[in-house]
Write a new protein. Structure first.
Length: 281
């Protein structure tokens, strides 16, 4: 070994880690900017629920005074946090779709065999997807504000940590799911068994006490649904309050999903079992 090689420090410097993070985030941001239909669809979906669905059910579904609300609220005010979480849910699954595409085209395989730790590369990808979802959520909140659906001014700031944590959880879930999908064509079918059950079996559209009146079994399903706690974490944070149980559940699920994704993307398992040409070995 040459003296120059011996003098090189082991591992990577903070600047190298920062360069990797910057590159992955910029790549995800540029991809998002070049896919304008993705941005439009991310907004149209919750706006349809807010302006059409909520308007139709406003007189049917009354919302009593429940935390964090201190007075009676309109139905569209209630579902706004759930629609914010829905944006992050769909964005997390779309980021997973890009993982499947990149893996088939070879970009993700090249990235994962780089000298940097695999967990860090996956975490950078997760942060990039979460950053994109934050932009979408705040644009949605801006449109809702013009519709007279607004939170306390401080709520737009206090909700940011909750959005980051919920975005990480839903992105990690999508990343974990993507590790088991071998072909892009199978992704849409799998997502139908994830997105819609998580969204409808939660407190996004109806208070849990109303769900319990209709079905005790569904109530407990909603209670054990991580998406419910993501919605409640966002709901309380939007009004400057903290839901400790939801915070613990979302943080725990984020760690569990991320560890599972790192394990699944291990070269001795997951995609590492695929052949050099992308086929199964």
């Amino acid at each position: 070994m040459s003296p120059a090689a011996k003098d090189q420090p082991a591992g990577f410097s903070l600047a190298q880690y920062a360069t990797c993070l910057n590159g992955i985030v910029w790549r995800e941001g540029l991809r998002f900017l070049h896919q304008r239909e993705r941005f439009i669809s991310a907004l149209v979906r919750p706006l349809v629920w807010l302006f059409i669905f909520a308007a139709g059910f406003r007189q049917v579904l009354g919302i009593s005074i429940i935390p964090p609300y201190e007075t009676y609220i309109l139905y569209e005010v209630y579902i706004t946090p759930g629609l914010m979480a829905m944006i992050q849910l769909f964005n997390g699954m779309q980021s997973s779709l890009s993982m499947v595409y990149d893996r088939e085209m070879g970009n993700m395989r090249t990235l994962l065999v780089s000298p940097l730790p695999r967990w860090y590369l996956l975490f950078c990808k997760l942060l990039a997807g979460t950053a994109v979802s934050l932009l979408q959520v705040y644009v949605f909140l801006g449109i809702a504000w013009f519709w007279d659906i607004e939170a306390p001014p401080i709520g737009y700031l206090t909700v940011l940590p909750a959005l980051v944590l919920s975005g990480l959880m839903l992105g990690a879930l999508g990343m974990l799911i993507s590790s088991g999908i071998k072909q892009l064509e199978n992704f849409a079918g799998v997502m139908n068994f994830v997105i819609f059950p998580m969204f409808f079996a939660s407190s996004a559209l109806y208070p849990l006490w109303r769900v319990r009146e209709g079905s005790a079994v569904l109530y407990y399903v909603c209670q054990f649904n991580p998406f419910t706690h993501a919605v409640e974490l966002i709901r309380f944070a939007l009004y400057g309050q903290l839901n400790g149980i939801s915070l613990a559940v979302v943080a725990g699920c984020t760690a569990a999903f991320m560890i599972g994704a790192i394990f699944a993307y291990d070269p001795s398992r997951g995609i590492g079992r695929r052949g050099p040409a992308g086929g199964e070995t």
